[in-house]
Design a protein around this ligand. Sequence first.
Ligand code: ZN
Length: 332
Amino acid sequence: MPVGTAATVKGITPAELVQAQTQIVLANTYHLWLRPGRETIEAAGGVHRFMGWERPILTDSGGFQVFSLESRRRLDDDGVTFASHLDGSEHRFTPENVIAFQQAIGSDVAMLLDVCVKLPAAREEIEEAVRLTTAWARRSAAVPEASGTLLFAIAQGGLDERLRERSARELVDLDFPGYAIGGLSVGESREEMRATARSTAALLPQNKPRYLMGVGTVADLIAAVDAGCDLFDCVYPTRCGRNGRAMTRDGELNLFNAAFTRDYGRLDEGCSCYTCTTFTRAYLAHLFRAKEMLGPRLLSYHNVYLLNALMAEAREAIERGGWAAFRDRAGV
Ligand SMILES: [Zn+2]
């Protein structure tokens, strides 16, 4: 899922997202709640119409953003009160009102409000996050359904296997349509992230979507698919795209590198996207050095296209029974 935090995938039009084989995008409750706000999006006819995107949209609950605010939020058993990063105004999220918001704007997949802990953290802190995440999930399960909006729960537990087990078991008992693995990519090492993603994915139902949050490099995606995960989101491809960093199957390229200024080859030999079939590395390097807005646009498009193509190939490999060979070739 390309990330469209503020109901836009930065620098890429919905038509281009479709051309890049994007099936679903992610938008963010925290950001849309603060700006433009629920009423504006509802009056537009929902978030799909508002942003001109007809395919599915998953909205994050905003839990991750609120807990990143640290000193600007107060947590209690009922919910969390926080100060807007935009103007300091006070807002409150509860399990019920974040679902109501996501239903009101017409999200296809709404994430439950969870408590996300930055790592490293004390065991007591992680245990408390698991306890509240489950309590909030129980309240979320009692919210009346809105047609067209599925609720996904988010398993927490840091890097602690027993807490992960407890979180997953308690949430699975509530029988949600899908599950996410949260609380990773928040300060732990890559090896720790992969190991916990793998053990947690194994605790979640195989017949439901398993969504690993915050992952988006080529190597991490292959490892996560290998662990049984189905859905991913990350700002990484578009953030790299804006900063001159090209993702390829064989690693990443920095277009500010002097070697590219006279390199008339394709950006990525293995990619058939518009950027790669039309422009040279030298031209793209020039756009970034000249601070032309087309550079970030073309590179963000390539990075999103590349990850979509990679996942399409992964699905195809799984379907024909060739996953292990595909994974090993990808070099993870
Ligand atoms: Zn490309």
